[in-house]
Design a protein around this ligand. Structure first.
Ligand SMILES: [Zn+2]
Length: 325
């Protein structure tokens, strides 16, 4: 008689499933995005991202104590300045809002991994990621300013700088600038594969960074393309990136898999604002089991090949993992 193959044996009990499981999410995989603003006593919820706030530095410190207590050990900072200008000078001011948040965090918790998102769009009056001339986004003159922003953040305590602008040549330019400034130990996490995605909608409200004219399709990637990602990632590796990134995450797991298979560098994926908002909205309506859907989604990102995940759910996941331990 034919023997039946019985894969169900490996699923028979929770203990066996736990013994043979292949992938999981740990709190050390998570990077938590934080929006810091000028002022005092500000903790303002972002309407399209329930549970996510703008923090002034004093209220951020209270939140920082809480997330540190939960075991979160990596934060990526986004600044929302009071003052915006044509050249995004807030991005590279030594007393810029992110620079001060970095110093505060490092003073309180030296072991917290501080990541500075490097771009101009939150700081420019026109909301684009580079300098403009007419309706053109200038590439090479922008590099100088991005590198200045990276050095000022590195000198303020950033362990990792993460350029998100998608200008050509920025990784090499930034590596050289960091090395020249004595910041040769600062890591570069490159937003290598960053698509011009509609999933960023809620972030633009959060960071007040919607472009005043046009869109970002002349620098961010076309989501119809795959091969282009290999070129972008290859250039970033050549130019000295330490960590690569695919953004967004959930609709781009094929790209996470592709980049993780093709390049031996650590890989991050950014589960963006739109992903958070969709899960949160469905959860608040009672339509999904929030914890189950979030954990399944994050594990899928790990299974696709991501080593780390930027997610607004980081504190919640840290809490859930603790509850389940
Ligand atoms: Zn930008």
């Amino acid at each position: 008689m034919e023997m039946i193959r019985r894969p169900r044996r490996l699923r028979a009990t929770k203990a066996i499933r736990d013994l043979v499981h292949e992938n999981d999410v740990r709190v050390s995989d998570l990077i938590y995005p934080v929006f810091v603003v000028e002022g005092e006593n500000i903790k303002e919820e972002i309407p399209s991202m329930p549970g996510i706030y703008h923090y002034s530095l004093d209220t951020f410190k209270v939140h920082l104590d809480e997330v540190y207590g939960l075991g979160v050990r990596s934060i990526i900072f986004f600044g929302v300045p009071d003052h915006k200008d044509e050249v995004g000078s807030g991005a590279y001011a030594m007393d810029g809002i992110v620079q001060r948040a970095l110093r505060l965090t490092k003073a309180a918790y030296p072991e917290m991994i501080c990541i500075a998102d490097i771009c101009l769009c939150e700081y420019t009056s026109h909301g684009h990621c580079g300098l403009i001339s007419g309706d053109k986004i200038l590439n090479d003159p922008t590099l100088e300013l991005l590198s200045r922003a990276a050095v000022s953040c590195a000198k303020s305590g950033a362990d990792i700088v993460a350029p998100s602008d998608m200008m050509d040549g920025r990784i090499g330019h930034m590596r050289h600038a960091l090395d020249t400034a004595g910041c040769e130990d600062t890591l570069i996490m490159a937003y290598s594969i960053k698509y011009a995605s509609a999933y960023y909608g809620p972030f633009r409200e959060a960071a007040d960074s919607a472009p005043a004219f046009g869109d970002r399709r002349s620098y961010q990637m076309d989501w119809r393309n795959k091969n282009e990602a290999l070129i972008e990632a290859g250039l970033d590796v050549e130019e000295g990136a330490d960590i690569l990134m695919v953004k967004p995450a959930l609709a781009y797991l094929d790209m996470v898999k592709l980049i993780s298979d093709e390049f031996p560098l650590p890989l991050c994926t950014y589960s963006v604002s739109g992903e958070y908002s969709m899960m949160k909205a469905a959860a608040l309506n009672g339509w999904i089991n929030e914890k189950a859907v979030v954990m399944e989604s994050m594990t899928a990102m790990k299974r696709a090949g991501a080593n780390m995940i930027i997610t607004y759910y980081a504190p919640d996941i840290a809490r859930w993992l603790r509850e389940d331990a």
